[in-house]
Design a protein around this ligand. Structure first.
Ligand code: ADP
Ligand code: MG
Length: 471
């Protein structure tokens, strides 16, 4: 299954209404029976069944009759809902090539109206830790099978909140632009993952900077927990940017010392292997020559717990969210042996959905039927987040009234500028330009598993440059 944004442009208002109805139904149904979809969507002239068929055709929904007859959103359907919301808010206007496949995410370039390129991360929780999720059935209770949607949303919210807070504290992280459902939009890092870099001008300085970051994070009360060459980006000037924050924990976590040591060890190992830096081994011997590369000691760092709490909750990420997500990812990060263990093996009933790694080349997202409403209003976002905080948590409390209200709001978002013919004209023109611009563009994919086949940092960079100049 691929992220074919072409489909998005041809979906009607009714299609989105029904898709949203299924999303709402999934708050308390593993599979949403068609009668419930009909009731929530309450299309004026009926026709929900026809729309359902259309959504199935485009693989935005999955029909399942194994336990009982019903529908659930696929990741693609969830992608479309998030993308559409972000396009309506004016966050971006077009989706480009896929630039990364993470352990539990797909990353795409997206373009703003003024041509600025950003990165969009679609979280796919469950891709590698599905077994961990399955083993938490007790906790998941009745929502065991459809919780990926809720978990991916939580992971995105956490990532967005941490990125924002870290940026405010001067850490070298991407700029957190916006977040909706399982999708985070951030600035595009003009570099390449350290794992792709074969040579450095100043490996010592880069190494010290990176280890300094681990220590600095701990001083701010945080541990990255997946700090390795895949999550450190580096540019031509050897400037370091760290990415990927959904698994971060506090220094007061019961396994904090272990996570901290593991992050440090990953970096020491990588620099020793790749750049032949020599370090003092973990022994009792004291060797004056290599003292400067001693591993930092967790217990001797002066830590400031709770320092980032205010910023985190300002982004809508609560302590409760942290507890919830930790329950799921903990098993994953405890098992994860770091950079060596990058398998993408998926097992489990939904594994077919996680294989959405095909690349969609750049294409504009001007929806034919939905002129965009630019809405970056913080309050609106907070409310929306609140609504989706409840996804997977509520227990049968949505009524026809609330669903009507929600759907009306969604529609209001879509139709806010319907009269604006000039805007429509501009957007369509822009779409045509964008489509023309991508004509002949090559597919490129940065996979954390495929770096060995790539030509090192310069080749990746030139692809980015080419892409940028094309836009
Ligand atoms: P995961 O959580 O699934 O590991 P990451 O956030 O680490 O996902 O992203 C996976 C890959 O996508 C990274 O290794 C990197 O190549 C690319 N990537 C992620 N974020 C950005 C960004 N802001 N700019 C450029 N590339 C990015
Ligand atoms: Mg990563």
């Amino acid at each position: 299954m691929k992220l074919d944004v072409d489909v998005l442009r041809y979906l009607s208002k009714d299609d989105f209404r029904v898709l949203t109805a299924v999303e709402m139904g999934m708050r308390n149904h593993e599979l949403v029976p068609s009668e419930l979809v009909v009731r929530i969507a309450s299309l004026k002239h009926g026709g929900t069944y026809k729309v359902l068929k259309n959504l199935l055709k485009y693989k935005l929904l999955h029909h399942d009759s194994s336990k009982y007859d019903g529908f659930r959103l696929t990741y693609l359907g969830y992608d479309f809902l998030a993308i559409k919301t972000l396009v309506n808010r004016g966050v971006f206007v077009a989706v480009g090539r896929q630039i990364g496949v993470g352990k539990e995410s797909d990353i795409f370039e997206v373009a703003k109206e003024d041509g600025t390129v950003l990165a969009m991360k679609l979280h796919r929780l469950g891709r590698t830790s599905f077994r961990a999720v399955k083993s938490k059935r007790d906790y998941l209770g009745h929502r065991n099978n459809y919780n990926w949607l809720y978990l991916s949303r939580l992971a995105a919210l956490k990532e967005f909140a941490f990125m924002k807070a870290l940026e405010e504290h001067g850490f070298p992280v991407p700029n957190a632009v916006d977040c909706n459902r399982h999708c985070v939009v951030m600035s595009l890092v003009q570099g390449y993952p350290l794992v792709q870099v074969k040579q450095l001008q100043n490996p010592d300085i880069v190494f010290e900077t990176i280890i300094g970051l681990v220590v600095h994070l701990a001083e701010h009360g945080l541990i990255h927990c997946d700090f390795n060459e895949f999550n450190i980006m580096i540019d031509d000037d050897e400037k370091v940017t760290m990415i990927d924050f959904p698994q971060m924990v506090s220094v007061s976590h019961r396994n904090a010392q272990m996570y901290f040591d593991r992050d440090v060890e990953c970096i020491f190992k990588f620099f020793s292997k790749r750049f032949n830096l020599s370090f003092q081994e973990h022994t009792d011997e004291i060797d004056g020559d290599t003292e400067e590369y001693d591993r930092p000691c967790f217990s001797s760092i002066e830590k400031c717990t709770g320092f980032l709490d205010k910023e985190l909750s300002a982004s809508g990420f609560t302590g409760k969210d942290q507890d919830e997500i930790e329950k799921f990812i903990e098993e994953g990060i405890e098992k994860d042996t770091g950079s060596e263990d990058e398998g993408m093996a998926d097992e489990g009933p939904n594994s077919d959905e996680f294989d959405e790694t095909n690349i969609k080349e750049f294409d504009s997202l001007q929806l034919l039927e939905q002129p965009e409403r630019v809405n970056c209003d913080e309050k609106g976002k907070a409310e929306e987040r609140q609504q989706f905080c409840e996804a997977g948590q509520s227990s049968g409390r949505e009524t026809q009234d609330t669903s009507d209200k929600f759907l009306k709001e969604e529609e209001a978002n879509e139709t806010g500028n319907e009269d604006d013919a000039e805007l429509m004209h501009r957007l369509n023109k822009q779409r045509r330009r964008a489509v023309a611009a991508v004509h002949g563009r090559r597919k490129t994919l940065t996979s954390r598993n495929s770096y060995k086949d790539k030509g090192g940092k310069s080749s990746h960079n030139s692809k980015i440059q080419k892409q940028l100049s094309g836009w």
